[in-house]
Design a protein around this ligand. Structure first.
Ligand code: HT8
Length: 835
């Protein structure tokens, strides 16, 4: 039946609507699981798959989320509150089941209820596939933010795309990365709710037509378009034990029902229908590049599809409640743009206000620039989005006209502020002139927003001194910093149950909502009994991690060794290469017998390379080849182990972070905007070895220099050295690095694969190496020695570990979201209508 057909003869009464609350105890949960397993999934004793009991439990929990979800929506409507919409092309949610159990407060009840029926919760939970709708930090940040907004009872709705294929699955074959498509929702997802009644119609192509409206005012409309439907799927976002459930709305592209037989000969009906499937390609697959733009037409389609559908969704609700009066729109709505990916929203909001809701330019622009806020996540030039004007002409002609008009008015403002400075106008123009004219999306975002923020103190400073300096000179009040954070619900309470219990016992459980309370741990760093238990928990987590490593790559990690971990996207600026050069250095030391006071070490590296990123894939191959050579050599036994963990993802990090001793955060200074893995490790009691980059700087400030292994050039020194960097002189002066290069260049790690590492060797020796790997090698090795020495004194190391957790309160995404709300959104917390 169509969801659009309204009831007419039926008159549902209270008997239909009023339901008793669902039980939250073990018995009630078990009863529902049994019911769904037998009556909904149609299973019986012959069922062997772990999938059906998982699904039955998921639906049981979904029912309980649903009860609360409606009340949250009702509370928001009743309060007529201001709302924020977090627009993002990526939400890297990971698994949902255990998070729902934790936040609903029914983990133990469910575990008991299942146990009574002979089922093991952990086994069911570990069968869930990650929702990999993001690349890395930027997408995971969006997921952490949603958790914090729901916990803080802020009326924030996420808007994203429901990709049929998420982040690819990474296979390692013969040391090389292979990609396999991730058809993650083939079996459907119990966590989404289709809402066909809120479908929107999105335009592409066509042309602009000018006309006079009923009042004689000149107006424009976008006609002869090829339309695509946007169908929303809602995902519940539970707050921590507060009965508040926010919404993540993901759009799926679908074909319209009408189609153009005229274009085809009569009789090519099947071809015409098939042609419509092209519409559904828009949300087929996530682009797998992190911090680099793809430049592909389909990607621009995705961006506009998200922006247009989400804004239309907000407008529909506005018009339903307020009619055509937009005077309060900016006071009640805020769009937070997650990087420039949804920046086209600036022009699309203008278009909808003017062409669909009859506002003039002035009022529409006033609304837009009081409603949009933009977060920048990188300074890397290859990630700065620019779209060819030609593409816009074909795909979004009316939107391009509006961008031109925004630019004309903006450049007039620049000209009046700096008369005659045409060079500045050229620099600041939204349109980059040149061989191919391009729209600069970051500039569109800045001009259209009232707030522009970076994601860590150094990054925000570098933005206003460099990339956005001209804009800062014009509008200093727009620029601000919001240092990233991560949710301690997933990244401590859920992933580290051993530590969670110990924390609860020691300082109470208030830290789950208020992470600053971890500060109360600091005095216990001096308590030997406390340290003993802390170590025992870490050991247990290391055993769990070692088991995972063994299972996945058949490498033994002895648990008394230092677990030294670098997991993140593979990118040259993150310098996994520096890490592996240090591994080769350790290997050299073992081979030459330089092993007095040796600290046994297990080096774990994981991460995905963008499929088209040649160097990143070479680095993966090198890591694998070095790992093979090291692990095979009997001399390394008990001293050094190396493993590359395939298919790094959210659910793997949940095992990795608790079991890590040393967290590698070694990017070239000035290049990692923030990093967020660094925070997850710190929370779980790992000590950081790192450069003065991104949030590392703030981590070091919080934990103190004595609890952090610092090395490397500063961002300023990196820039000073550019132009006269001479890595070959650096290598010649450093015998350890010389030895490493000799071994690498001898072909020791690629004996039957001649020349495969030439490109890597070349970049290390190139005076144009932007990442200055050789420059930081010596400092890195010294810091690694300090870490190794510190680890040998286990009491000292445990003290450092405790203090890292104790001082990690600042890195809760609750703090970050509190700042977004205080400085940018100005939302009131709205408690849900009680059950
Ligand atoms: C930063 C990371 C930071 C995290 O945001 C990052 N930025 C991107 N990915 C990140 O993890 C990013 C930036 C531009 C892009 C893109 C991804 C352009 C196109 C496609 C993907 O690197 O330091 O912690 C959250 O702020």
């Amino acid at each position: 039946m169509s969801p659009f057909k309204d009831l007419s003869r039926s008159q549902p009464n209270d008997a239909f609507y009023d339901l008793p609350p669902l039980g939250m105890d073990a018995t009630a949960i078990a009863a529902d699981v049994r019911h769904y397993f037998a009556h909904t999934m149609g299973q019986d004793r012959n069922s062997r798959s772990a999938y059906y009991p998982y699904e039955a439990l998921a639906i049981t929990l979904r029912d309980r989320l649903m009860e609360r979800w409606k009340r949250t929506r009702q509370a928001h409507n009743d309060a007529d509150c201001k709302r924020t919409y977090y627009l993002s092309l990526e939400f890297l949610m990971g698994r949902t089941l255990c998070n729902a159990l934790l936040n609903l407060g029914v983990h133990d009840a469910a575990e008991q209820g299942l146990y009574d029926m002979g089922l093991v919760l952990e086994e069911l939970a570990s069968g869930e596939r990650d929702a990999g709708l993001g690349n890395g930090g930027l997408g995971r940040l969006a997921a952490c933010f949603l958790d914090s907004c729901a916990t803080l009872e802020l009326p924030v709705k996420g808007y994203g795309l429901r990709y049929e294929y998420g982040m690819f699955r990474q296979l390692i074959e013969d040391g090389h990365q292979l990609e396999e498509p991730d058809h993650w929702m083939r079996d459907g997802s119990p966590w989404e709710l289709e809402r066909p009644e809120y479908t929107q119609r999105i335009q592409f192509g066509g042309r602009t037509e000018r006309y006079k409206d009923a009042t004689g005012r000149p107006a424009a409309r976008w006609v002869d378009t090829r339309d695509v439907l946007a169908v929303p799927y809602d995902v519940p976002i539970p707050g921590y034990r507060n009965d508040n459930i926010n919404t993540l709305r993901l759009w799926k592209a679908a074909a319209t029902d009408e189609f153009d037989l005229g274009e085809f000969n009569a009789g090519s009906y099947p071809e015409s229908v098939a042609q419509k499937n092209a519409a559904e390609h828009i949300t087929m697959v996530l682009y797998p590049n992190d911090a680099s733009e793809s430049g592909k037409e389909l990607r621009l389609r995705q961006q506009f599809f998200l922006a247009s559908a989400s804004i239309k969704d907000v407008m529909r609700e506005w018009v339903r409640l307020k009619g055509k009066n937009f005077s309060e729109f900016a006071a009640k709505n805020c769009f937070q743009l997650n990087d420039t990916h949804p920046a086209i929203s600036v022009a699309e909001l203008m278009r909808q206000l003017m062409d669909e809701h009859d506002l003039d330019w002035g009022p529409a622009w006033a609304i837009t620039t009081k409603t949009m806020a933009y977060t920048n996540h990188t300074l890397l030039p290859e990630a700065l989005e620019r779209w060819p004007v030609r593409l816009f002409e074909q795909l979004l002609p009316r939107v391009l006209e509006i961008i031109y008009e925004i630019n004309a008015r903006f450049l007039a403002e620049v000209a009046s502020r700096w008369p005659g400075d045409s060079e500045r106008q050229r620099r600041m123009s939204l349109i980059e002139e040149g061989h191919e004219r391009q729209v600069r999306m970051a500039y569109l975002a800045i001009v259209g927003s009232f707030s522009v923020n970076g994601v860590a103190a150094l990054h925000s400073k570098l933005l206003v001194e460099g990339l956005f300096k001209d804009f800062y000179d014009l509008w200093p009040h727009k620029f601000n910093n919001k240092t990233n954070g991560v949710t301690q619900r997933r990244w401590l309470a859920l992933c580290n149950p051993g530590l969670r219990e110990f924390l609860d016992e020691t300082i109470g459980d208030g830290w789950v909502r208020d992470l600053d309370q971890l500060e109360r741990l600091a005095p216990y760093a001096n308590d030997a009994v406390f340290r003993q238990r802390w170590r025992a928990i870490k050991q247990e987590n290391k055993r769990r991690l070692a088991q995972t490593v063994k299972q996945l790559v058949h490498v033994e990690f002895p648990e008394e060794a230092m677990f030294d971990v670098q997991v993140k996207r593979i990118h040259e600026y993150k310098r996994q290469l520096l890490n592996i050069l240090h591994v080769i250095h350790l290997y050299n030391r073992i081979k030459r017998g330089d092993t007095r006071d040796w600290t046994p070490r297990c080096v774990l590296i994981g991460g995905k390379a963008a499929p088209g990123y040649y160097m990143a894939k070479q680095i993966i191959k090198l890591i694998n080849n070095v790992a093979r050579a090291v692990n095979r050599d009997p001399d390394t036994e008990g001293r050094l182990r190396v493993a590359f963990l395939p298919d790094y993802r959210v659910s793997l990090m949940e095992v990795i972070a608790p079991g890590t001793d040393l967290s590698e955060q070694i990017s070239t200074a000035g290049k990692e905007a923030s990093g967020t893995g660094n925070m997850k490790f710190m929370m779980n009691g790992a000590v950081t070895i790192g450069t003065l980059d991104g949030a590392n700087i703030e981590i070091r400030e919080q934990v103190g220099d004595e609890n952090f292994f610092l090395f490397g050039l500063t961002a300023a020194e990196v820039e000073q050295r550019r132009g006269h960097y001479d890595p070959n002189a650096v290598i010649a002066r450093d015998s350890a690095l010389q030895d490493v290069m000799n071994l690498l260049e001898s072909g020791h790690f690629n004996q039957f694969e001649g020349g495969i590492f030439d490109a890597i060797i070349h970049t290390i020796r190139s005076p144009h190496d932007p990442w200055m790997t050789a420059a930081d090698f010596q400092g890195y090795c010294e810091a690694q020695e300090r870490a190794a020495a510190a680890y040998r004194d286990q009491e000292h190391w445990t003290r450092m570990s405790i203090l890292n957790t104790a001082h990690s309160g600042f890195f809760s995404s609750d703090r970050t979201i509190g700042e977004y709300n205080r400085d940018i959104w100005h939302l009131d917390a709205v408690p849900p209508v009680p059950l």
